[in-house]
Design a protein around this ligand. Sequence first.
Ligand code: ATP
Ligand code: MG
Length: 249
Amino acid sequence: MALLEVKDVTKNFVGVVANDHISFEIEKGEIIGLIGPNGAGKTTLFNCIVGYHKPDHGTVKFNGKNITGFKPFQTNREGIGRTFQIMSISGALTVMENVMVGSFCRVSDTRSARKGAFEIMNLLELEKDADARLTELPIAVQKRVGLAMALATEPKLLMLDEVAAGLNPKETEEMVALLQGIFKAKDLTLFVTEHVMEVVMPISQRIIVLDGGQKIAEGKPQDIANDERVIRAYLGEKYVEDRKHRGSI
Ligand SMILES: Nc1ncnc2c1ncn2[C@@H]1O[C@H](COP(=O)(O)OP(=O)(O)OP(=O)(O)O)[C@@H](O)[C@H]1O
Ligand SMILES: [Mg+2]
């Protein structure tokens, strides 16, 4: 049985079909990338899975249980954690307090929440920033705090939306290495979106591609990189014709 099963999920906004009958499965222990140009529908699909949006059509199953229409706190309780493309971390709280917010999804006493938060902060090398306020920290550290908050909820499936947005190439490389470390240490399943292909290509076992709300491809990274529809979605018609002309597709 797949850990996550998305079947025929459709989400309409006024004048836009943001997700058009999307279906796929994720097995336990996989790292899956979700890519697509700006506006392809990646964040909407995440929101339909975690319950920020209710799909207009289709079902979402997690661990065999139908969770379609569950609220975010309910999907979180089932074991789905997510980070946000636009960070929703409180600048008024310290790093430690923000991570403890995550821990409180699993435990109710402060002592256990603090212990859980410490463990995660250790893993993400955030101990020295424990008492800093978010607004005082560079974006790369803020991203790690977002990751720590999601991990503190002890997810089985961790969904990361635009994990490298705003990071420079060196910080992006460090983030990819960090994700690989966490994946091994925490027995996780990862579902990662990016509109920059280079970030998810090296870590994903399988890639799902959206364009204009539709799933246009799914497969191994090397096959996706050479898929004509994917190249067209990213680089346009002219690029595809030029490459065909040169015989490289
Ligand atoms: N709350 C909303 N109300 C109306 N339209 C929306 C809403 N959220 C998303 N959309 C539209 O749905 C489409 C898909 O948007 P979405 O944010 O899911 O794309 P994305 O793939 O995450 O893009 P990006 O790479 O820029 O993050 C876009 O046309 C967007 O304008
Ligand atoms: Mg998005």
